[in-house]
Design a binder for this molecule. Structure first.
Ligand code: GLU
Length: 454
């Protein structure tokens, strides 16, 4: 069994495209079938290599591996020409030379009469051999198909235009190429956004004209932004790679995308294996799904918490490099990440916090310093206690902090906050006893000294 993802390279891989890719991928994996990537680049004016690269990069980052492809439609022009010629020879298509002006007037007149704006077949019997090529759509009857998401859909052929399958320069159009490819690539199920649902009856007619069996169709509901309109740039990041940059784990984004329009009971958190195991087209919702950044962030945090250290490190590497942070042998990065995975919502936050364990600093956040370093007595007292410690462990450090509080008769915050700021420079750090242990005695004491001498 085969499915495919067929993006047009006219921009980056966006959230909607990634969800389509995920559903098609999960469907194929579930059937132990094949997943095909096809780049639909026949629109030479709008397709760019940059977009191709961005799509491949997005698929790679998400881990949506394909068994076949990437195929490029621009490599298949000869095949499309052959099919167009076949349709012409069989009188199932014809050349049309109608001018833009004629078509425009025709359109306006039909609309004025309250009729559907469609081509009137003027060139159908002229036996022309230049111009655009139009498919001779049947005039009567119904096109009926069972969409795996939307249910039965039926369209009267009278509603359908004689669609253009080749431009006047001979290049084929989307509805033709998609049919030829899905047939040649033996696609069993076409999973795509419901913005294509109006194309499907036209494509089914083409399959029929060519004597080919049409695949199953599943049209996915739209993704809406928080204000109920179609998700777009206005709603913030829609590019998949922007989520990498903001510190999301690919499996968190995929988990979130899976839940956008698909559900399995009330379950929110899924591993990729579970998505594959549980995925069924029948569980895709008919109604549009709303994109919710807060929920995605929550899922990211949960995924970080449950992730293996190895996976965290693999995904963090890019952020560490980006923030110019070099990891050394001490402290052990595994121990640092184990501490951080319970408190960081994103990998960007995590990289920022990793920094304090490996990188020295020589300034403190000014505003916080004014607040927490006003009274130096707790820090001085703490310094003496910590310096005297024989074992540098979270529990002994915690005990030292407690003793300072007790001996100076002050609350925990009066010691903890200055200590946290001294250790981190910016106050962004978790449990100070653990942070101090990981930072190590020498560094912890020298940072305390720097704070005291400020
Ligand atoms: N290339 C089309 C697009 O990016 C998708 C076509 C399809 O899935 O049939 O919208």
């Amino acid at each position: 069994m085969k499915s495919r993802f067929a993006p047009s390279p006219t921009g980056y891989l966006h959230i909607g495209g990634a969800r389509t890719a995920l559903f098609a991928w999960a469907w194929a994996k579930k059937q132990q079938g094949k997943f095909v990537l096809r780049i639909e680049d026949t629109d030479l004016e709008r397709s760019t290599q940059e977009s191709v690269d961005a799509i491949l990069q997005g698929m790679d980052w998400l881990g949506l591996d394909y068994d076949e492809g990437p195929f490029y439609q621009t490599d298949r022009f000869d095949r499309y020409k052959q099919v167009i010629q076949q349709l012409l020879d069989e009188k199932k298509a014809y050349y049309c030379e109608c001018s833009k002006e004629r078509l425009q007037t025709l359109r306006e007149n039909l609309i004025k009469q309250g009729k559907k704006a469609k081509y009137d077949g003027c060139c159908q019997n002229k036996n022309l051999n230049t111009g655009v090529v139009r498919f001779n759509n049947p005039d009567d009857g119904l096109v009926v198909f069972n969409d795996a998401v939307k249910g039965q859909i039926s369209i009267n052929n009278k509603e359908l235009d004689d669609l253009i399958i080749a431009r006047s320069d001979g290049t084929p159009t989307y509805n033709l190429t998609v049919v030829v490819d899905d047939h040649d690539m033996q696609i069993d199920c076409v999973i795509r956004g419901d913005d294509h649902i109006n194309n499907t009856p036209k494509q089914i007619n083409l399959y029929q004209a060519l004597g080919w069996h049409s695949p199953e169709f599943a049209h996915l509901p739209m993704i809406l932004g928080s204000d109920g309109t179609r998700l777009s740039k206005r709603h913030g990041a829609v590019s998949v790679m922007a989520y990498r940059d903001s510190g999301f784990l690919p499996e968190a984004l995929l988990n979130y995308l899976a839940r956008l329009g698909w559900s399995h009971g009330d379950q929110e958190i899924f591993s990729m294996d579970e998505i594959v195991k549980l995925f069924e087209l029948k569980d895709i919702n008919k109604a549009p799904a709303s994109f919710n950044q807060d929920k995605l962030l929550w899922l990211n945090q949960e995924t970080i918490k449950n992730s293996s250290i190895e996976n965290l490190l693999n995904n963090l590497a890019w952020h560490l490099q980006n923030q110019a942070i070099t990891i050394t042998d001490t402290p052990n990065i595994g121990a640092v990440l184990q501490h951080l995975q319970n408190r960081c919502k994103t990998l960007v936050d995590m990289a920022g916090e990793v920094k304090i364990f490996y990188q020295d600093f020589n300034t403190f956040d000014e505003e916080l310093a004014r607040k927490h370093f006003k009274d130096k007595a707790p820090l001085k007292h703490l310094f003496a206690k910590l310096e005297a410690l024989n074992t540098w462990q979270a529990c002994s450090i915690k005990q030292a902090v407690k003793e300072v509080c007790f001996e100076l008769n002050i609350g925990f915050g009066k010691v903890g906050q200055p200590f946290r700021l001294a250790l981190s420079g910016n106050g962004n750090a978790g449990s100070i006893d653990i942070v101090a242990e990981l930072v190590g005695k020498d560094k912890a004491l020298s940072r305390l000294k720097m704070a005291i001498n400020l």
